[in-house]
Design a protein around this ligand. Sequence first.
Ligand code: ADP
Ligand code: MG
Length: 344
Amino acid sequence: MRSLGIIGGGQLGMFICQAAKSLGIKTSIFSENPEFSAKKFCDQYFIGKFNDNEVLENFINSADYFTIETENIPYDILDKIASVKQIFPDPQIVKICQNRLKEKRFLNSLENIRTAVYFEINSFKDLEKKISLINNNGILKTSELGYDGKGQYKIVNGKIDDLKDLNLKNFILEKILDFKKEISVIVCRKNKKVEAYPVVENIHKNSILRETIYPANLTKEVSNKALKMAIQIADELDLHGILAVEMFLMKDESIIVNELAPRPHNSGHWTLDYCEVSQFQNLINTIFLNSPKYPSPHASCKMINVIGDEFLSKEKLKKKFKFYDYFKKEIKSSRKMGHYTFKI
Ligand code: ADP
Ligand code: MG
């Protein structure tokens, strides 16, 4: 029996387990949290801190191949797994994507790829100096461990006094972009064979993804450019696995890359219902088959995230839409509790 170990057991881990099962592959999960979304869907699980060597050993022994559902995993653990078994994507890719500074340096080193103007910040003095270089407006972000806008501070008109008490080590300051829309592309790749999911539009509220629309309303030219850029990034990383590329479409139709996620992505959840091959199945295909498959999207659709208290309307939503429950132990504001999709 072929088996897949997944680091992290949130909703992405849960969907990977379900896809694996549909393809006849057993799964084991390594979760730091004793209650996790994937619990009911995996064949085995291991609970402990990622740096707990005994749990890690048992987890490594539990599967043939490994993957991740989050980039926020200490590099040493990925490296340890890679020294005895195969893990996708390569830990070196995760190392770049788990640190905003490394990620931006990498992206800007590529031909024709640009990010927002940014500065490394390691002290309040740095912040004072650099904010004045970008018209006193910016977004300060922790370089590591941020998600859903967590660890981010918007600075308007140079107001930085409130940030004096932060330990400003390992931060990044970005220029605020006045973009037209946010878009993303998901790429699956193995042995130079690539399948890209079509470009989608993403609408965020309070820095959390609110909805994804397929297809994005774009000119053919912009859409092709976004696909080409995402594939170029996957090629440059020599990706074996899946990668999501978040981008800003600017008012002049240029594209700025926001960030990378070397794992399935929230903006690809629509592929569960409106593609022949979902992003989760294609991740598994890149691990267990010779190449990813053509996704075959078959209808225009929307995916809406259910955040915090909105989950209380789940029975109502279930009646009208294809609803997915993430089986979170408790409702927290700003926590993604589920999502639903519908045709448009
Ligand atoms: P996260 O890892 O939390 O998703 P992001 O860098 O993607 O971090 O930021 C979350 C959201 O905040 C983005 O999707 C976008 O809506 C907004 N945002 C982030 N950076 C910028 C920027 N430089 N200019 C304008 N909006 C931004
Ligand atoms: Mg993001």
